[in-house]
Design a protein around this ligand. Structure first.
Ligand SMILES: [Zn+2]
Ligand SMILES: [Zn+2]
Length: 339
């Protein structure tokens, strides 16, 4: 029996988060109600944390189906994760399979519609992606931003077996990219960051970790690989790290920009784009069609998210979870409303 009300986080602004009691949402036609197991914190929650928001944030959700709306075909108690984008299915992007860049997004869970820092979240049935019984629900969140986003970036970049990879920024996406690089058969991986515990995590995942706080990490990476790297993932999102990412890219190689940054990209067109033939591309989230491949990598053990998930908090401690995560500490941090 589902109680009529639930606990949910309210981001009031000024980095303050309170708990509120809200009615449990009722799934409408084509929707499902998900009982949230885990919701992973993301750098893109920063805006809600700092300025507040009217919706319940949280977009890296795993859970079980607690109720079905009319016409929703999933099974009750099905386990799975929530795809962030309520895609339209009929625009130019969706018709080509690129649901991640839908041009007519109906909903963005946790951004313009209530998300997962709550006991329950209501989502469109096609946004609920079932996972195998072999995958624990806390670890299943890794199939979203961690591996979904980084896997898409590598596929966009055309990563080939044995390619060298550099990762700028060892937040969750960067750490996910280090793991995904290995799972996809990349060669050596170098990674840069400022935070000691994130560098330690990168090192434990097999990357050569370069401390950007202790000097020029780009120069250090180029000292190791004077020709540059075949694929560079920019997961830090500053003007300086973007320039560094392009500088680290080998002639003929690819820079994939994943971290959000609204500032203009500063690139020397002649020397970088034309004379060194570097490909620069952007990459956002992942297409629904990629989920099965990433899920198979997880089930096979080629991806192991356990070391990346460094902290777990009950919903009551969401303030503590955010204060820790937004200070640049730890890897992936989970809030677990089910306790
Ligand atoms: Zn995210
Ligand atoms: Zn669309």
């Amino acid at each position: 029996m589902i109680s009529p009300s639930m606990r949910a986080a309210r981001f009031v602004g000024g980095r303050r988060i309170e708990l509120q009691e809200l009615p449990v949402p009722e799934p409408g036609a084509g929707e499902v109600l998900v009982k949230v197991d885990s919701c992973a914190l993301c750098g893109t929650d920063r805006r809600s944390y700092e300025t507040g928001t009217a919706v319940v944030p949280g977009h890296e959700v795993s859970g079980t189906i607690a109720a079905l709306g009319q016409g929703a075909t999933h099974a009750l108690d099905a386990r799975g994760v929530v795809y962030l984008v309520g895609y339209c299915g009929s625009c130019y992007a969706c018709r080509s399979g690129a649901t991640n860049i839908c041009l007519d997004k109906q909903k963005m869970y946790g951004f313009d519609t209530d998300g997962g820092y709550a006991e329950y979240v209501k989502v469109r049935a096609e946004c609920f992606l079932p996972v195998s019984p072999d995958v624990p629900l806390d670890l299943a969140t890794s199939l979203l931003d961690l591996y979904g986003t980084s896997g898409h970036a590598f596929r966009r970049a055309g990563l080939r077996h044995g390619d060298t990879v550099a990762v700028m920024g060892c937040g969750p996406i960067g750490l996910g990219a280090i793991s995904m690089a290995g799972a996809l058969g990349a060669g050596e991986v170098c990674a840069t960051d400022l935070a000691p515990d994130r560098l330690a995590l990168a090192d434990s995942l097999g990357a050569t970790a370069l401390d950007a706080a202790g000097g020029d990490a780009v120069a250090a990476a180029l000292a190791l690989h004077p020709d540059g790297f075949d694929v560079v993932i920019e997961a830090a999102g500053t003007t300086a790290t973007q320039a560094g990412a392009v500088a680290l890219t080998a002639p003929g190689g690819t820079t994939a920009f994943v971290a959000h940054n609204q500032q203009p990209l500063l690139v020397d067109t002649l020397s970088e784009l034309i004379q060194r033939a570097k490909t620069l591309l952007g990459s956002e989230y992942f297409a629904v069609s990629e989920f099965g491949v990433n899920h198979a990598l997880l089930v096979s053990g080629r991806l192991d998210p356990a070391p990346l998930i460094t902290h777990r908090f009950p919903l009551e401690s969401i303030q503590e979870a955010f204060d820790l995560f937004m200070a640049g500490r730890g890897g992936k941090v989970l809030v677990q409303p089910a306790g």
